[in-house]
Design a protein around this ligand. Structure first.
Ligand code: PEP
Length: 266
C-alpha cells in the first residue's frame, strides 16, 4: 500500500524570521501518523524550519537543487549543501521550467542527483492548457516522463524506487482552477504506464506515489483522494495557511485509514 503524502511548496514566501513559527504551527495542526508531511520553504528558511519541525514527524524539503555537486555556478545550491537540512526536494516545478527554462533532460538529471544524494525527489510533470484542450495531455506527460528517465539514466526502477511524482497541470497552478479527480487518476495511470514503458516492472511502477498539485485546498482535496491512483497532494498557496493545511491533512488521514481497511478486507 502506498503512503499518502502531503507536501507544502511555500515558493518565494516567508523569511528566516517567521518561517520556523509557521512551520511549527502547521506541524501542530496536522498531526497524523499515517500521512507523510513535507514542508518545502525557501533555501534561507531551511535551517529554522528544520529546527522547528524537530520531533514533530514532519519532514523538510528544498524547492530545487543544482544538477552538479559544486563549481562556478553563482547563486546555485547543490545536494551536498542540502545535507543535514532536508530529506526531500522538489524537482522540475513548472515555475522553474517556465522561468529558468528547465528542460526534461535537466529535470531527469536532477532527479538522478537527488537519488544519488539520498534525497527523495518530488518530480513535477504536467501539461499546458492548450495540450489538454487539444487532447494531448497524457501524451505530453508520458513524453516528459520518458525524456527525463532517459536523461537521468533511470530505466531501472530499482534505482528510482524513492521517487514521488507530482502531476501538476500547469493551467491549475495558482489559478484557483483544479483538474477533475478522474482526469488526475487517468494521468496517474498514464505516468505509471510511462515508467513501465521505460523499463520499470509493473510492481515498481505501481509502488511509485503520484500526487496531484494545482490549487488544492481543504475543500477540493477530497475529490483527488477519492481516487485510489492518487496518493496525496503538492500544495502551493494553501500550504501557507495552517487552517487549510489542517483540513487537507485531516482529509488525507481519513483516506489513509480507508485504504488500510480496504487492504485488510478485500
Ligand atoms: C505548486 O506550487 O506546486 C502548486 C500546486 O501551487 P498552487 O497550489 O498554489 O496551485
Amino acid at each position: 500500500m502506498r503512503t499518502i503524502i502531503i507536501a507544502a511548496n511555500w515558493k518565494m514566501n516567508t523569511t528566516p524570521a517567521d518561517a520556523g513559527a509557521l512551520a511549527a504551527e502547521i506541524a501542530a495542526a496536522t498531526e497524523a501518523p499515517d500521512v507523510t508531511r513535507v514542508i518545502c520553504p525557501p533555501y534561507v528558511c531551511l535551517a529554522p524550519v528544520r529546527d522547528a519541525l524537530e520531533g514533530t514527524g514532519a519532514a523538510v524539503g528544498a524547492q530545487n537543487v543544482h544538477v552538479l555537486d559544486g563549481g562556478a555556478f553563482t547563486g546555485e545550491i547543490s545536494a551536498a549543501m542540502l545535507r543535514g537540512l532536508v530529506t526531500w526536494c522538489i524537482v522540475g516545478h513548472s515555475e522553474r521550467r517556465r522561468d529558468q527554462c528547465e528542460t526534461d533532460d535537466l529535470v531527469g538529471r536532477k532527479v538522478a542527483r537527488c537519488l544519488e544524494s539520498g534525497l527523495r525527489p518530488i518530480w513535477c510533470v504536467g501539461e499546458q492548457l492548450d495540450d489538454r484542450e487539444a487532447g494531448r495531455a497524457e501524451e505530453v506527460v508520458r513524453e516528459q516522463v520518458s525524456r527525463a528517465l532517459t536523461a537521468g539514466g533511470l530505466a531501472n526502477g530499482e534505482l528510482g524506487k524513492s521517487i514521488v511524482i507530482a502531476y501538476e497541470p500547469v493551467w491549475a497552478i495558482g489559478t484557483g482552477r483544479t483538474a477533475r479527480g478522474a482526469d488526475a487518476s487517468a494521468m496517474a495511470d498514464a505516468i505509471r504506464g510511462a515508467l513501465e514503458a521505460n523499463g520499470w516492472t509493473h510492481e515498481q511502477a505501481e509502488a511509485i506515489p503520484v500526487l496531484y498539485g494545482g490549487s488544492v485546498t481543504a475543500a477540493s482535496i477530497g475529490e483527488f483522494l477519492a481516487e485510489p491512483a492518487i496518493d496525496g497532494a503538492l500544495v502551493g498557496g494553501a500550504s501557507l495557511k495552517p487552517a487549510e493545511m489542517a483540513g487537507i491533512v485531516a482529509r488525507a488521514a481519513t483516506a489513509a485509514q480507508a485504504r488500510r481497511e480496504a487492504v485488510r478486507q478485500p
